[in-house]
Design a protein around this ligand. Structure first.
Ligand code: FE2
Ligand code: FE2
Length: 359
């Protein structure tokens, strides 16, 4: 266990972990609701209406319920895993439930605060989905008596204000990367069912189609407001692409056992997820990161190493620990800046925005 070293044995420790504010932990967001209210998707009415019909059809209505085998598998398979893997898996569940719930809160708040019928309806459906997702994961924490009090989390976790455009870039990417992560795990365990150490992974295929559709919604919103995808905003897109990819890389590398247990290598898994996300993001972003560049890969690995040393310095404490942390923070920013200025790839945007989840 390198960077995260969570100790997750009581509901209090789990709650503390979910409320942690760090560069790589999931956040809660709030935004400018009046600006959200002014969005106008009428230029993409056809594609928008097809999507709303899908939300209305609600093809995952019956999906987020456990089957008879679920508890059996928790007892028979999961009880065999090592205490270290158990800790990493719990950490995975906590960050996942926190991100799902983060979406749920944000979408619900937007729904409550706008009167624009397109946006109101969309937010209603997305909040519905995320609330199911968060509840479903939380049940798996409850199996160990470690369920999160989501109401308490909502009241007490810090909120970050993001302008709507930053919400679009960040949330679009986290929905699509969420899809790519879940489908990659699902396909791997479909090929190697003996490595499925917890039944929750059986739910990932239909689950990730929700995330894919949420991403589609933000793609349509951005394409209906093309100034968000031009000029200076392209630099913001590059920033969010890198921030989301780097966060995922560092976070995943703090949980190597989780991937190993599935027969995956964290680095290969992450680059596979980046490839899928990059391919999808061409529907909306005119640039993508060249994740195959050796300098890119070296930079991400350096960020991971900096994070490991940062956590060691933090654990050490005292003045020396503080000075070390400050030095490492500077090194982290410098590495991020270097990564930011690496060459990127440019794309023409396709005429039709929507894509099918084909992975
Ligand atoms: Fe979700
Ligand atoms: Fe989502």
């Amino acid at each position: 266990m390198s960077a995260a070293s969570p100790s997750l044995h009581s509901p209090e420790e789990v709650a503390r972990r979910a409320k942690t504010e760090s560069l790589i932990s999931p956040r809660f967001y709030t935004t400018d609701f009046d600006a959200m209210d002014r969005l106008d998707v009428s230029s993409l009415r056809g594609e928008w209406d097809v999507m709303m019909k899908e939300y209305q059809g609600d093809n995952n209505q019956d999906h987020f319920q456990r089957d008879a085998k679920f508890t059996e598998e928790v007892h028979e398979v999961f009880s065999q895993v090592s205490p270290e893997l158990r800790q990493e898996f719990l950490d995975f569940l906590i960050t996942s439930v926190t991100s799902e719930f983060s979406g749920c809160i944000l979408y619900k708040e937007i729904e409550k605060n706008v009167s624009n019928p397109d946006i109101k309806q969309l937010m209603h459906y997305m909040a519905r989905d995320e609330s199911r997702h968060a509840g479903f994961i939380n049940q798996s924490l409850k199996d160990f008596g470690l369920g999160l009090d989501l109401g308490d989390l909502k009241r007490t976790k810090a909120y970050t204000y993001f302008k709507p455009k930053y919400i679009f870039y960040a949330t679009y990417l986290s929905e699509k990367i969420g899809y790519a992560r879940y489908i990659t795990i699902f396909r791997q365990l479909e090929r190697h069912p003996d490595k499925r150490f917890h039944p929750i992974f059986r739910w990932f295929e239909r689950w990730c189609n929700d995330e894919f559709r949420h991403g589609e919604s933000f793609a349509l919103i951005m394409r209906a407001h093309p100034h968000l995808l031009r000029g200076i905003n392209v630099y913001w897109i590059r920033f969010f692409l890198l921030a989301v990819y780097a966060t995922m890389y560092v976070r995943d590398h703090t949980r190597p056992m989780l991937h190993n247990a599935m027969g995956l290598d964290s680095t290969n898994y992450d680059y596979q997820v980046f490839d899928i996300t990059t391919e999808i993001s061409k529907q909306v972003f005119p640039v993508s990161l060249d994740t195959d560049l050796p300098a890119f890969r070296a930079g991400l690995e350096r960020l991971h190493q900096i994070q490991v040393r940062f956590n060691e310095a933090k654990a050490r404490g005292g003045l020396v620990g503080k000075i070390k942390q400050a030095g490492l923070a500077v090194a982290g920013v410098a590495t991020f800046a270097k990564l930011y200025f690496l060459p990127v790839k440019h794309h023409e945007l396709p005429e039709q925005v929507r894509m099918a989840p084909a992975w």
